[in-house]
Design a protein around this ligand. Structure first.
Ligand code: PHE
Length: 359
């Protein structure tokens, strides 16, 4: 005796259709095509049939099974879609609501200053590039035209690591300049990047920390010259310090990786030990810069007869201290919440050169 397959199929399909959620659907699936389900039982009945009926019967049971499986898939897709709709409806947030007043988190002045710098140079068409803290000696020094035994290697108070297999010692980068090398080796000119990041030198007092931050700038193309360097950095200083006629001075200097090189000073006054940025009779150094040395271009496989450009670098803590009147560098890393509440920035006040860099 075999069951009426049509009736069984109608039964199983009805159970699938009436499953109200994914769990119920899974029970219906097990009851139908699970190990001990109805379809399995139908298959077992095959053995008891006269041989000439087995083929037709087997095919009929298979067709039934396929119909049930297809129905399960359809129902599953339906249930998943409505589960997602329900979830989205339940998790809806109103992004136009004002921030809750009890939110006390603050943006650290270093992050704020980096955001401001990125914002200013971003509007001049610079893109942000990054590199690792741990560098090889070649990118941190040699490629930047600082050969072995060059005094700059000692001046920078480098943290060296144990030598690797090739015998050279990796370094904690002493400046963000190795990212110039990385960028020039991986991208074709025109290049216009700024590089914020951590840097390391073995030095520690009220104005030096063994870990500090720099931002590097690099422009490489066929036309950029010293005039562009000056215009770009004057514009930056005035926008950053929010003094539209801030005096900016370029002073002849030397870096192995730029030629000519210039240090950039901004106007200030110093009275009774108090420093004020702006018009005055004194100058304060805030930037190193210069035209990228042809040898540095060649080290990166860039034709120095065709391409040229400029680079600059500055300490982020230093300009943050100047702009926001933070007296001691060490406090940046104390993680003191009272300090952060005082000097930090409200998270939603995203810096922009239109609405003001900070509020
Ligand atoms: N790398 C230099 C420093 O750390 C700064 C600099 C960058 C100077 C790029 C010129 C050009 O002092």
């Amino acid at each position: 005796m075999t069951e009426d397959l049509g009736a069984v199929q109608a039964d199983l399909l009805a159970a699938v259709q009436s499953a109200g959620d994914l769990k119920a659907l899974e029970s219906a699936r097990l009851a139908a095509i699970g190990k001990k389900g109805r379809v399995g039982a139908l298959m077992q009945a095959l053995g008891g049939l006269p041989p000439e009926q087995r083929k037709d019967y087997g095919q009929a049971v298979n067709a039934l099974k396929q119909a049930v499986e297809a129905a399960i898939e359809l129902r599953k897709a339906d249930l998943e879609a409505s589960a997602l709709d329900a979830k989205l409806a339940a998790e809806q947030v109103d992004v136009t609501l004002p921030i809750r007043s009890e939110v006390e988190g603050r943006i650290h002045p270093i992050s704020q200053t980096i955001d401001e710098i990125v914002q200013i140079f971003g509007q001049m068409g610079f893109q942000v590039a990054e590199g690792p803290d741990l560098e090889d000696d070649w990118k941190n020094f040699t490629a930047l035209n600082i050969p072995e035994e060059h005094p700059a290697r000692q001046e920078m108070d480098t943290f060296y690591l144990r030598a690797g297999e090739d015998g050279t010692r990796p370094v904690l980068r002493t400046h963000t300049s190795p990212v110039q090398i990385r960028t020039m080796m991986s991208e074709k000119p025109p290049i216009r990047v700024i590089v914020p990041g951590r840097t390391f030198r073995s030095d520690h007092d009220a104005t030096h920390s063994p870990m500090f931050h720099q931002v590097e700038g690099l422009v490489i193309d066929e036309v950029s010259h010293m005039g562009h360097l000056k215009g770009c950095l004057i514009e930056f200083c005035r926008t950053f310090f929010e003094i539209s006629d801030l005096p900016v001075r370029f002073r002849n200097s030397h870096f192995p990786f730029t030629e000519p090189s210039a240090e950039v000073d901004i106007g200030c006054t110093r009275t009774n030990g108090e420093l004020r940025i702006g018009h005055g009779d004194d100058w304060l150094e805030i930037l190193g810069s210069g035209m990228v040395h042809p040898r540095v271009l060649e080290n990166c496989g860039i034709d120095s007869n065709k391409y040229q450009g400029f680079a600059f670098g500055m300490g982020i803590e230093r300009i943050a201290m100047l702009k926001y009147g933070i007296p001691d560098l060490r406090t940046f890393y104390d993680s003191d919440l009272r300090w952060l509440k005082h000097y930090g920035f409200v998270p939603l006040d995203v810096p922009g050169t239109l609405g003001g860099l900070h509020r």
